[in-house]
Design a protein around this ligand. Structure first.
Ligand SMILES: Cc1cn([C@H]2C[C@H](O)[C@@H](COP(=O)(O)OP(=O)(O)OP(=O)(O)O)O2)c(=O)[nH]c1=O
Length: 206
C-alpha cells in the first residue's frame, strides 16, 4: 500500500518543490519547519546536514500527530550546508558576511553537503548525505560587488545560488548539480523507491 501513500515535503523551499516536480513527483503537502540551524560545537558539515534534515522531518512528523489523514504519509526533508574545509558558511543575511563568504570561496574548492531524510509510513527514519565539490573561479572585487547588488546571495547557504548568476562562477563541479541547488534527485528517488513508493505511478501524463 506504500505505493499510494501521500508525500509530505517538510520544506518551505520553492527550489525543492521544483526539483521534485522535475522528476515527476508532486508533494501532496508542504510543511516548512522553522528550526534553529546553528551548528553544534565541533559539528562537522556532513553531520550538520544530516541532523538538520532529520530534525525537519521529525518536526513534521510531530506536527501531523493528530491528523489522521496524514498519519501514514512519507515525509521528506533536506538541508544544504556549504563548507570550506570544516568551516560551515552561514546562510547570509547581511552584505558584509556575503562579501566575506564570496572572498573565501573565490578561486578555491568547497563542499556542498545535502542531507536528505525520509520518514516512511511505518515511521522508519532513513537518511543520506550527498556531497559535491565545487570550484569557483577567482572573483574580482568588482564581480563580488555586482553580485552583492543582485541580491541573489540573500538567505543562501554560502552566499550564492548556483541556479542563478553564480552558475557562471563555477569552473568545476564534481558530484550532483541538484544536490547543490538543494535536493539530490537520484538519491532522493532511490530512497523513496527503496521504501516502497511507486514513483512511476506519480509521474504526470503528457
Ligand atoms: C549553495 C546553494 C544554496 N542555495 C540555498 C537554498 C537554501 O535557501 C539554502 C539552504 O538552506 P536550507 O536550510 O537547506 O533550506 P531552506 O531553508 O531554503 O528550506 P527548508 O524549508 O527546506 O529548510 O541555500 C541555493 O539555492 N543554491 C545554491 O547553489
Amino acid at each position: 500500500m506504500a505505493g499510494k501513500r501521500k508525500l509530505i515535503l517538510a520544506s518551505g523551499s520553492p527550489r525543492r518543490v521544483e526539483l521534485l516536480r522535475q522528476v515527476g513527483l508532486e508533494a501532496d503537502r508542504l510543511m516548512p519547519m522553522d528550526l534553529d540551524e546553528s551548528p553544534l560545537k565541533n559539528e562537522q558539515p556532513r553531520s550538520l546536514a544530516r541532523r538538520l534534515a532529520t530534525d525537519k522531518a521529525k518536526a513534521a512528523l510531530d506536527a501531523i500527530e493528530d491528523e489522521a489523514d496524514w498519519k501514514g504519509s512519507f515525509i521528506l526533508a533536506a538541508d544544504t550546508v556549504v563548507a570550506v574545509g570544516r568551516r560551515v558558511l552561514p546562510k547570509t543575511e547581511y552584505s558584509d558576511e556575503a562579501i566575506a563568504a564570496l572572498n573565501l570561496l573565490s578561486g578555491r574548492n568547497h563542499w556542498v553537503f545535502t542531507g536528505v531524510c525520509l520518514i516512511t509510513p511505518d515511521r522508519k527514519v532513513r537518511q543520506k548525505v550527498v556531497e559535491s565539490k565545487v570550484r569557483f573561479k577567482r572573483l574580482s572585487d568588482s564581480e563580488i560587488n555586482a553580485y552583492i547588488l543582485s541580491g541573489e546571495w540573500r538567505g543562501k547557504a554560502g552566499a550564492y545560488a548556483i541556479q542563478g548568476i553564480a552558475g557562471s562562477f563555477v569552473q568545476k563541479l564534481v558530484g550532483s548539480y541538484p544536490n547543490v541547488v538543494g535536493l539530490p534527485l537520484y538519491e532522493t528517488v532511490q530512497l523513496l523507491a527503496g521504501e516502497g513508493m511507486d514513483v512511476q505511478a506519480r509521474w504526470p501524463e503528457g
